[in-house]
Design a protein around this ligand. Structure first.
Ligand code: ADP
Ligand code: MG
Length: 470
């Protein structure tokens, strides 16, 4: 009942897009693209931010269109819109029962959140979701440290010494970065003693650019400096030289004034290729915490808390333990899919007035179950594993030494960095002791040529790949 032909088609189009651009690009730009509707020759899609919209239009418009045309040749136009921050959780495809909308649950719109929100909005902050609080954040092995650090920041009082600055949290898509950052914002603002401002990198950019245009850049900077905690989400989207200069300036001003800065991004500071070295090192100078993938136990806990939240409005909604266990095991990808799964079960059981069963769950969430994501491999891991294999040190690999026993391992490591990560040649060069991209290219070609002839080397390379992927 919940899968219309339109929805099936949309799933296939997304599948094509994912294959065509690769998993990383897909999750960066398209994971939050939704289908709004199809009308004769045109398809309406939406994304949550203006920035995503302009980026997709500038770089992927053709690609998106051709993926649609592969499924529906009559489509000739894609209309991309920005949807508002507060929108129904149940995807458009499902005829959304009014009760399951993403609107704040009444008990969450408590006396505390309303003034926080008003204050925060007045400062020009990005929209906050009232559900993303510490109370609803489930702590597990992969996020214990990030959670503790975030709590510490949120509980700080004006004038307290700042323990780690900035607090930099990185993790893949859907692992709870935004949830944690917004929790800090809600909690930090609730005492009304401190001002915590939550901005997406996009908002920072547009806010600043807009302020420049109206010549109130100074006022904007002053406003930023008047806050106690600056929270910036999705820093990887910060683009443009002047924005970065401004960001760097703001960061320094805040940190030097003893104000707290909290940042989230999808990668560690060292991998933020477009930022310049000074900013990168400033970012790395505080506490950098990674949140790992959600373990099964954590996924189970998140599902449980989602069901409990849903039950506040739908007292009859019950999800048997065996279904939770199944979902926690089957959906390995990210928190958004967990949320989606519960929403579907809720919508389904409401629409059909039927209890949730394992069979129904298997059917409803089948498209959320994806093969295990390939592990994200880091350049440091490659250097470490290669160094160990060839019995040289990692600093040998980064050094300028040109003796044969170092040159070959170094080339192998660069080759692996190019084939197993999405890093660009200049970036790889930089990470190998500041080498030129042509040196990296040379190494890659060299090893490519050798593995096709030299079976011993080719086996060695395969074994290194296996060690890295396990
Ligand atoms: P990110 O910003 O890292 O992409 P989000 O914070 O948007 O991820 O999380 C995606 C979804 O998963 C949200 O619905 C969020 O509430 C949920 N989620 C992720 N981690 C947790 C957690 N530890 N506890 C509760 N919910 C979580
Ligand atoms: Mg996020």
């Amino acid at each position: 009942m919940m899968t219309t032909p339109e929805q099936d088609r949309w799933s296939r189009v997304k599948g094509r897009l994912r294959t065509s651009v690769g998993e990383d690009v897909y999750t960066s730009w398209f994971a939050r693209m939704d289908l709004e509707g199809v009308q004769e020759e045109s398809v309406r899609l939406s994304v949550p931010t203006r920035f995503l919209k302009s980026w997709i239009q500038a770089h992927y418009a053709e690609r998106v269109l051709s993926c649609w045309q592969a499924e529906m040749p009559e489509v000739h136009r894609i209309d991309l819109t920005v949807r508002s921050a507060v929108r129904p959780i149940v995807q458009k495809e499902a005829p959304a029962p009014v009760e399951t909308r993403r609107a704040p649950a009444p008990e969450l719109r408590s006396t505390a959140t309303a003034p926080v929100s008003a204050n925060h909005d007045a400062l020009g902050g990005s929209p906050l979701d009232p559900r993303l609080t510490f109370a609803s954040f489930v702590v597990g092995r992969s996020n214990t440290l990030a959670h503790a650090a975030a709590r510490q920041v949120a509980e700080g009082r004006r004038g307290d010494p700042v323990m780690f600055n900035p607090l930099y949290i990185h993790a893949g898509v859907g692992l709870g970065k935004t949830h944690l950052l917004q929790a800090v914002t809600w909690a930090g603002n609730s005492g009304n003693e401190r001002k915590v401002l939550y901005l997406t990198a996009e908002k920072f950019m547009y806010g600043f650019v807009a302020a420049l245009k109206t010549q109130t850049a100074l006022a904007f900077k002053e406003a930023l400096r008047g806050i106690d905690v600056l929270v910036i989400d999705d820093l990887q989207f910060l683009q443009g030289k002047s924005t970065q200069a401004e960001f760097c300036h703001t960061l320094n001003a805040l940190i030097d004034a003893g104000r707290q800065v909290v940042i989230a991004a999808d990668r560690p500071p060292s991998d933020l290729e477009s930022l310049d070295d000074r900013v990168r090192s400033r970012l790395a100078g505080g506490l950098v915490v990674e949140m790992g993938s959600l373990g099964e136990e954590l996924r189970h806990g998140i599902l449980k808390s989602r069901v409990a939240a849903a039950r506040a409005h739908h007292a009859t909604f019950e999800v048997p333990e065996e279904v939770l266990t199944y979902l926690a095991r089957a959906i390995t990808h990210n928190g958004r899919d967990l949320e989606g799964a519960i929403n579907r079960l809720l919508a389904h059981s409401k629409l059909n007035s039927r209890p949730v069963t394992l069979e129904m769950a298997e059917h409803e969430v089948r498209d959320l179950i994806r093969p295990q994501e390939p592990k994200r491999i880091k350049i440091e891991d490659i250097q470490r594993v290669v160094a160990r294999q060839y019995n040289v040190s990692r600093s040998d690999l980064l050094s300028s030494r040109r003796t044969a026993n170092v040159v070959r391992p170094r080339q192998v490591a660069m080759y692996l960095a190019k084939t197993l990560t999405l890093r660009s040649l200049p970036e790889i060069g930089r990470r190998f002791g500041g080498r030129d991209h042509t040196t990296v290219l040379h190494a890659v070609r060299k090893i490519e040529a050798l593995v096709s002839k030299d079976t011993a080397l080719s086996e060695e390379v395969e074994s290194l790949k296996r060690q890295l992927q396990e």
